[in-house]
Design a protein around this ligand. Sequence first.
Ligand SMILES: Nc1ncnc2c1ncn2[C@@H]1O[C@H](COP(=O)(O)OP(=O)(O)O)[C@@H](O)[C@H]1O
Ligand SMILES: O=P(O)(O)OC[C@H](O)CO
Length: 498
Amino acid sequence: MSNQYILALDQGTTSCRAILFNHSSDVIGVAQKEFRQFYPKPGWVEHDAEEIWSTQYGVIAELLAKTSISPEDIAGIGITNQRETTVVWDKFTGKPIHPAIVWQCRRTTEIVEDLKAKGWDKSIRQKTGLVLDAYFSGTKVKWILDHCQGAREKAARGELLFGTIDTWLIWKLTGGKVHVTDYSNASRTMLYDIHQLKWSEEILAELDIPMNMLPEVKPSSCVYGYTEIPLFGKCSVPISGTAGDQQAALFGQMCFEPGMAKNTYGTGCFMLMNTGERAVPSQSGLLTTIAWGMEGNINYALEGSVFIAGAAVQWLRDGLKIIQSAGDSEQAAAAVEDTNGVYVVPAFTGLGAPYWDMRARGAIFGLTRGTTQAHLIRATLESMAYQTKDVLGAMEKDAGITLQTLRVDGGAVANNFLMQFQSDILGVGVERPEVIETTALGAAYLAGLAVGYWKNKEEICSSWKLNRSFTPKMSEEYRSKLYRGWLKAVERSKDWED
Ligand SMILES: Nc1ncnc2c1ncn2[C@@H]1O[C@H](COP(=O)(O)OP(=O)(O)O)[C@@H](O)[C@H]1O
Ligand SMILES: O=P(O)(O)OC[C@H](O)CO
């Protein structure tokens, strides 16, 4: 065991990572590379699925080179991925027939509104646990079939395959032999009945999506297949764990008990609370979703999905060009006492939980002659914390509990200003673990458990280590005042796009 490792592939919205973990859950090496984002029209977001694969392949090669580890040293591969993003490809050529439609993309708003008009809201919620929204894969698959010439005929003949990114990567890693997904990813398609654990024939029929395009749904921790890639030569490494990135982070944060929650600050911000074997329906705009399926059980979660978090910091960097790196935002924000009354609502692709407004758009409120770049930067960081507060409020209501501490992870939690403000505005302690790559760690655990690298959850539980905790320092009165301003700003950003 000592010379063996688990390889986690973390395929996020903006970058591909390959991370090697040892048996003590230490990070032995990381390779990471960003890939291109395409915005063909306002509100539309695409990726090139082939580029995702070549970037993912490239970072695996880089990681092996820099750690001098050979494929024989890898006991298993875990995959975790941006969820919902939709790829449709030709089963025989292996080529995608359209760019991948990214989870953030709003192009299927009209299909969604048509479904709403036909009264699908309630039954979609009941069957899939999801809110009827363009976020999920179902309407994206329909859009591709509707808009690519000859696609419907090919699909009917069984020549096309659909997959979220986990499915696409497993297909590529196994040399086009294995077409599978796991429960957690299936539960994000809006095509999967999370109670009966099967693809919903009614929803598929309504969207005119043939069943034969869909991957087989498997547990999140099991051997799906073996690698067949030139990089590994004759060595076949088992691919043995898969979960959507937010569910993987819940696992990596070891939130195994009902009531435990984590919040991940990446491109978006995603809070998940474990609800055990009970699928808790939400009354407050949250999603009921599958956290993972393993050992013959399904574990459910409540989720608050915020579409734009770290992506707003990227916008400061790449769009407005007022910071050079995401990390610069911390110093700029801390250099001013407050935002001077400015609120940024980063509804660039509509608003997710708990508002679900596909037509909301980003807005800045409270500008005066005294507004500076630093105020804007600070207000952008604060918007992540306010959105988290919106979601936590909904979660506490739905689950009927009060959270004592929030475990956090994801790229943006390196920002100490943000973490302190988060704790202040929630009035709750925030705990940042030593390994903030918890998404990858979760995938590694799922993979390692399936091949006996780790014996059981109890064995891995002891490896969670605190890096720093943040405790609230803001007065209740000031917290309420700031939050009232945020709620007013959100109201005014709603229903903007015609
Ligand atoms: N120090 C920082 N302060 C604020 N935001 C940051 C910081 N470092 C990274 N980010 C943001 O975090 C995101 C990257 O986090 P990551 O977990 O890699 O995201 P993803 O998995 O969605 O690609 C980017 O959107 C980036 O702008
Ligand atoms: O790539 P991330 O980490 O922002 O996660 C994206 C989510 O999975 C979308 O649902």
